[in-house]
Design a protein. Structure first.
Length: 176
């Protein structure tokens, strides 16, 4: 089908092998911000929102999951998904089922992004093998480091950057 960004392949590997949905979000968000004019913004954001929805739902935050799933449903157009080698009807069906499941309190279930591009699927499986993880692995429900990633990550650089921006803003305000 085509050439795919490395960040997209990494997203798919994290989504299907490590089930590290927080990392999925980080990888694709960085790519999306670096390529705002590629015509795929809604698709990238929709895929990010699916990962965030899965992250929230797996942690028991059903309200957050439903919000992400609803927003993703509005962003994921068939044409964009097909450009990325994704079976659009399958993904949209699963997304609606996960939203309904989260709304009604059904148990969490991993989503599978069905890929129609066999070359892409092979690239993802090779990348999984290189990382020593198995494509299609179920969520590691007992791994608190993955389940609660946002609580356990090192935010030193983010906090420092925000502090620096605040100081610069304050300094710029004094110059007026």
């Amino acid at each position: 089908m085509g050439i795919y960004p490395d960040a997209y392949i990494a997203y798919l590997v994290e989504f299907h092998a490590n089930r590290d949905y927080f990392e999925c979000h980080e990888l694709l968000e960085e790519y999306w911000k670096e390529h705002p004019d590629d015509g795929m913004s809604d698709i990238w954001v929709g895929l990010i929102q699916i990962a965030v929805g899965q992250y929230h739902e797996r942690r028991g935050n059903r309200r957050g999951a439903v919000m992400m799933y609803k927003s993703a449903e509005r962003k994921l157009a068939d044409e964009g998904l097909m450009q990325l080698g994704i079976d659009a009807p399958s993904l949209q069906h699963q997304l609606a089922k996960r939203r309904e499941g989260a709304e009604s309190g059904q148990p969490y279930k991993d989503m599978e992004i069905k890929l129609l591009d066999h070359e892409l699927l092979e690239l993802c499986r090779q990348a999984s093998d290189e990382l020593g993880v198995a494509w299609g692995t179920a969520s590691p429900m007992g791994d608190a480091d993955i389940i609660h990633r946002h609580l356990r990550r090192d935010r030193t650089e983010v906090v420092a950057a925000r502090q620096e921006a605040l100081l610069k803003k304050q300094s710029d305000g004094r110059k007026l």
